[in-house]
Design a protein around this ligand. Structure first.
Ligand code: NAD
Ligand code: TYD
Length: 355
């Protein structure tokens, strides 16, 4: 078997951020073997990785992170020495309807990976690293007062999603402090860009505007989110994976806050312009609906530490990022149609049916 310099397990690599990260690593590090481990829930789509699936340094393994025996077997089989853990249930609205699935995947799944790493990583002198990808939502909600989440902000999760991610972060730190596992955590703000499942605000609304469907704005549309282009998140993960300090935490964000309703108006304006509609054509689609239960008012990340210690900064201005994103979704209508119809679930079914 070909020898690789490192064998890196990326979990959740068929999802939104995971597929952007796998693409970056497969292209940038031909000397690493990238093992993409994903169980392919509704959010996992191997079509997102068609352009790299035949690369010699890429392997896909269909498996559930909650299956500890299988994780132990995969660590041994591929001689894994680095983990970048993204596999999770990630949508707040789903967590409100089904909190058990979130506890199972996000908490028990993370625990099973941590335990597999702890049991297998015993060779002296090897540079092991367990990188846990988390969210700013663990810090709770900010008021409209110009403050930010820093790495020292107290955890205060409100949704079952953020509670499950907070719990998984605690387990990661516990494995570092108790067993000396070489861990690192990052907490990132809201991502946007290509390959995001269209249940999240930006792809859902771009697709609805295109089809002239209502845009369901929760509450008054006054909640604030801090948006980062997904490829900038992937670059930050790369930097932290290679240069972050063991046991440390890094916040990732682009100092790019938007009130939902203002962001929605930007999306309407860009989609209308690109489709050749007159300015303001789709504004009438805005439909205020019942607010999300426990809806966090504002998220805003202070990523000064990451910038000062590791030199990372976002590469894209928001105007450029949203233009690229809208164009990508308009140009990939077939992807959108397969994802919204559910056809993507069968797309690779036969290829992996025996695994
Ligand atoms: P996503 O929902 O698009 O993808 C999640 C992936 O995990 C899917 O491919 C799914 O099939 C896989 N998965 C789910 N359960 C699994 C299991 N039991 N075993 C193996 N694979 C499983 O999520 P995303 O938006 O790409 O988020 C990835 C990670 O980044 C998550 O941990 C999330 O908490 C975190 N994060 C997301 C954002 C964001 O804005 N999307 C921001 C900060 C942090
Ligand atoms: P979302 O993309 O679900 O991310 P998160 O809840 O993790 O921040 O939602 C982003 C914001 O948009 C959030 O304040 C909820 C709001 N939202 C709507 O107003 N309508 C929608 O249909 C969706 C999906 C979200």
């Amino acid at each position: 078997m070909e020898q690789f310099k490192r064998n890196i397990l990326i979990t959740g690599g068929a999802g939104f951020i995971g597929s952007n990260l796998v693409r970056l690593f497969v292209n940038r590090y031909p000397e690493y073997r990238i093992v993409n481990l994903d169980v392919l829930t509704y959010a996992g789509n191997l079509e997102n990785l068609k352009d790299v699936e035949n690369r010699p340094n890429y392997v896909f393994v269909k498996a559930d992170i909650c299956d500890y025996e299988r994780m132990a077997q995969i660590f041994a089989e591929y001689d894994i020495d680095g983990v970048i853990h993204l596999a999770a249930e990630s949508h707040v609205d789903r967590s409100i309807k089904d909190p058990f699935t979130f506890a199972r995947t996000n908490v028990m799944g993370t625990l099973s990976l941590l335990q597999a790493a702890k049991e297998q990583w015993k060779e002296e002198g090897r540079a092991y690293r367990f990188y846990h990808v988390s969210t700013d939502e663990v810090y709770g909600a900010l008021q409209m007062d110009g403050t930010f989440f820093t790495e020292k902000t107290k955890y205060d999760p409100h949704s079952p999603y953020s509670a499950s991610k907070a719990s998984s972060d605690h387990f990661v730190r516990a494995f570092h402090d108790t067993y000396g596992l070489p861990t690192v955590i990052s907490n990132c703000s809201n991502n946007y860009g290509p390959y995001q499942f269209p249940e999240k605000l930006i792809p859902l609304f771009i697709n609805n505007i295109r089809h002239g469907r209502p845009l369901p704005v929760y509450g008054k549309g006054e909640n604030v989110r801090d948006w980062l282009y997904v490829e900038d998140h992937a670059r930050a993960i790369d930097v932290i994976f290679h240069n972050g300090k063991d046991g440390d935490t890094y916040n990732i964000g682009g100092f790019n806050e938007w009130k939902n309703i203002d962001l929605i108006k930007v999306m309407i304006s860009v989609v209308d312009r690109l489709l050749g509609n007159p300015e303001g054509h789709s504004l009438g689609l805005i439909t205020y609906v019942k607010d999300r239960a426990g809806h966090d008012l504002r998220y805003a990340i202070d990523s000064t530490k990451l910038h000062e210690e590791l030199g990372w900064e976002p590469s894209l201005q928001f105007e450029e990022g949203i233009e690229k994103t809208v164009k990508w979704y308009l140009d990939h209508q077939e992807w959108m149609d397969r994802v919204t119809s559910g056809d993507y679930m069968a797309y690779y079914e036969n290829m992996y049916k025996d695994r």
